[in-house]
Design a protein around this ligand. Structure first.
Ligand code: AMP
Ligand code: MN
Ligand code: MN
Ligand code: MN
Length: 274
């Protein structure tokens, strides 16, 4: 069965509307799908309707931004009640931070001589919550960089003109918002944080102490070695294993919907919990 439990739509920084994402996933053979937009659940109603119409199973999802030991870590939530009050309040606080951060990013770019970034980014977000990807799209369209990778490197990461630091949710908060909503918390793409083995194990321990149950063993951005390493951590810690492409955009050819290797046999699939 093809499963993809990490995808983005226009409700955050993805390029496809939720319904379009569901259609393309079904066309790619995905049978179990989660829409996991950054810090929001606004795309879920449209995705659910579309999944019902075409007969694919949709799991409620979200990808929460967390600051842990001064690093940004992403925690995916799966199979929760989107109307849960603590989750809704948590989302509101993250979106408040996104709003003020977007204003600051635009102001910093302005100081660097790049005008109109706020309106430019908004044109790409279609009025939805602003993320760095929308600024990236604006900067590329305005000729400041050739592609997403280079625009992040030149403008949107630490020590670059359009980077704004700040605190997202704590790990405990994010995990508890998900579990209080009846969901399963998953460490998103753990190989991408470039943590030492010791630090990654510390993250897993803190995450489990907060009530987290799973890690992404299979991700669209992993090489095979990273997948095998994460499978070992999942077994060592008796965590459930998830798999998700982190699909954003059909024009990013390196990440396709639902085109993922199977979970290694030794892993416990997170979907056993749904
Ligand atoms: P934000 O949550 O608004 O800070 O933006 C983070 C998002 O930007 C990630 O989810 C990715 O979609 C994208 N992103 C971050 N870093 C990079 C990068 N180096 N190259 C391409 N996309 C990136
Ligand atoms: Mn993103
Ligand atoms: Mn992420
Ligand atoms: Mn993601």
């Amino acid at each position: 069965m093809k499963i993809d439990l990490h995808t983005h739509s226009t409700a955050s920084d993805g390029r496809l509307a939720p319904a379009e994402l569901v259609h393309r996933s079904a066309a790619a053979g995905v049978e179990l799908l989660a829409l996991t937009d950054h810090d929001g659940v606004d795309g879920l109603d449209e995705a659910r309707q579309s999944a019902k119409d075409i007969g694919i199973r949709l799991i409620n999802g979200i990808e929460l931004s967390v600051t842990w030991h001064k690093r940004t870590i992403h925690i995916v939530g799966l199979h929760f009640d989107p109307n849960s009050a603590p989750l809704q309040a948590g989302i509101e606080s993250l979106q408040d931070f996104r709003r003020s951060r977007a204003i600051e990013i635009a102001a910093k770019l302005d100081s660097a001589g790049i005008t109109g970034a706020y309106e430019g980014a908004q044109a790409f977000s279609g009025g939805n919550m602003l993320g760095r990807m929308h600024f990236a799209n604006f900067l590329i369209a305005a000729g400041y960089a050739k592609n997403v990778r280079s625009v992040f490197k030149k403008y949107l990461v630490n020590n670059k003109p359009g980077y704004v630091s700040g605190d997202w949710a704590t790990l405990n908060e994010a995990v508890s918002w998900i579990t209080q909503a009846g969901g399963v918390a998953v460490i998103a793409h753990p190989a991408r944080y470039k943590l030492t083995r010791t630090k990654l194990r510390k993250l897993i321990k803190d995450f489990m102490a907060a009530g987290g149950q799973a890690i992404e063993v299979v991700s669209g951005s992993y090489c095979i070695n990273e997948m095998n390493t994460m499978a070992c951590h999942a077994v060592d810690f008796d965590l459930y294993a998830s798999c998700g492409s982190d699909f954003h955009d059909p024009d990013f050819p390196w990440i396709k919907l639902g085109q993922l290797p199977d979970l290694p046999d030794k892993c416990k699939p997170v979907w056993d919990l749904f």
